[in-house]
Design a protein. Structure first.
Length: 400
């Protein structure tokens, strides 16, 4: 009995030590530079315990002594030793893909991108072909940067459509044949033997925005991605909202007109039948000058308030539809900030400004709680870094 008790006590002791080490590592990651005395004050742990933790983390190569910050360098008395994460301790790979392209990004341990590359995906590529493209992208990136698998903390994947994050599979996405149910995580884990985390691509874009540049008073962010369809994501205090293990924000299939346009999902009037890139370009009807949404910036920037063009009429209608969708989402989730993301910054700006005006004209929330809408241009590097972010979040919350 005493032997069993001592074994359990020893296991609990190791768990506590690992938990404390991860706590300290998380604090250094958050603050960038910390001294041992600051960590003692922040955690309430005893100084000898912190000394041992720092020693263990430094011997493991995860942290290193850094320069003393300028603001403290002229203080009298003994100068504290500051530590930071070792940038080369580990690397993280992020991949984001959809029907037309895939991007890979490699980040060092302090969340600095050190490599990125994008490739086109052919319109006839099926799920198996896309997985092979992703595999080769990752393999080539590791080779070019001369990074060994032992140096990888993990790989994050931002996939289109509804995703089962536990199985690492895409549950539904209509624009790549055969992608449904493909074991994305298992396929890559077998080849790279590192943790693979799969999430929705709008979620990784929203996570990157949250990690990089969200306002201090915007802890809850709702993102809307206008691309092949219309994706959505909700970041609540730095956490991606899911339902169990399933991504939840398939807002492209929110009905805005039950008798409206036919959707690929089988129902009518879904948001993406009006607001996807294909729907916008089709309604504008100028395939010669606008073969792709990326070419819309110049045309939109030339629109004036008294413009009577078809382009303005179409975009005004799109903004109104978007505003109604945001209004519904606002009542359900009350986000501090909406992000409107597209591959055209002028399209994002136009829709955001028009939707903002409409929403705040009819907003019935209490005074001083105006709805905020921010335009964001899709950036492949940011998308890849967002996929890296889900690995960092998992790493700094799990076991070392």
């Amino acid at each position: 009995m005493e032997l069993m008790y001592s074994k359990r006590a020893a296991m609990r002791g190791r768990d506590v030590r690992k938990g404390n080490e991860k706590l300290v590592l998380r604090l250094i990651q958050k603050e960038a530079l910390l001294s041992q005395s600051e960590v003692v004050e922040m955690t309430g742990l005893k100084a000898p315990t912190i000394l041992r933790i720092f020693k263990n983390l430094e011997e493991a190569g995860l942290i290193q002594v850094s320069e003393i910050p300028k603001e403290t360098s002229e203080k009298k008395g003994r100068k504290p030793v500051y530590y930071r994460l070792n940038p080369e301790a580990l690397y993280v790979i992020g991949v984001e893909f959809w029907a037309l392209s895939a991007t890979v990004v490699i980040s060092n341990f302090i969340r600095e991108p050190v490599y990125s590359s994008s490739v086109a995906i052919g319109k006839d590529s099926d799920g198996d072909a896309v997985l092979e493209i992703i595999y080769m992208l990752i393999k080539d990136s590791l080779k070019k940067k001369k990074i060994e698998l032992e140096q990888l903390a993990g790989i994050g994947i931002g996939a289109p459509g509804k995703v089962d994050i536990e199985k690492g599979e895409v549950i539904y996405y209509s624009r790549i044949n055969g992608l449904h149910g493909l074991p994305v995580a298992a396929y890559l884990e077998e080849r790279f033997e590192v943790p693979i985390l799969v999430h929705n691509n709008c979620s990784v874009l929203a996570m990157n925005e949250y990690s990089s540049s969200h306002p201090a008073d915007a802890e809850n962010i709702m993102a809307v991605l206008i691309r092949g369809g219309v994706g959505g994501a909700y970041i609540n205090g730095g956490k991606i909202m899911t339902s169990g293990n399933i991504t939840t924000m398939e807002i492209g299939h929110m009905s805005v007109d039950p008798d409206g346009r036919q959707c690929s999902c089988g129902f009518k009037g879904c948001l993406e039948t009006y607001l996807s890139e294909e729907a916008i370009l089709s309604d504008v009807g100028d395939s010669k000058n606008l073969p792709d949404i990326k070419y819309m910036d110049k045309q939109i920037s030339g629109i004036s308030n008294d413009d009577s063009s078809k382009l303005k009429a179409v975009l005004d209608e799109k903004a109104k539809i978007l505003a109604y969708a945001l209004k519904n989402l606002m009542h359900l989730f009350s986000p501090d900030l909406f992000l409107i993301i597209s591959r055209s910054i002028e399209l994002s700006n136009y829709l955001s400004e028009k939707a903002f005006t409409f929403l705040n004209c009819v907003d019935d929330r209490s005074e001083g709680q105006n709805i905020r809408v921010k335009a964001v241009c899709y950036n492949p590097l940011h998308a890849g870094m967002g996929a890296c972010d889900i690995v960092f979040q998992d790493f700094f919350s799990g076991d070392i």
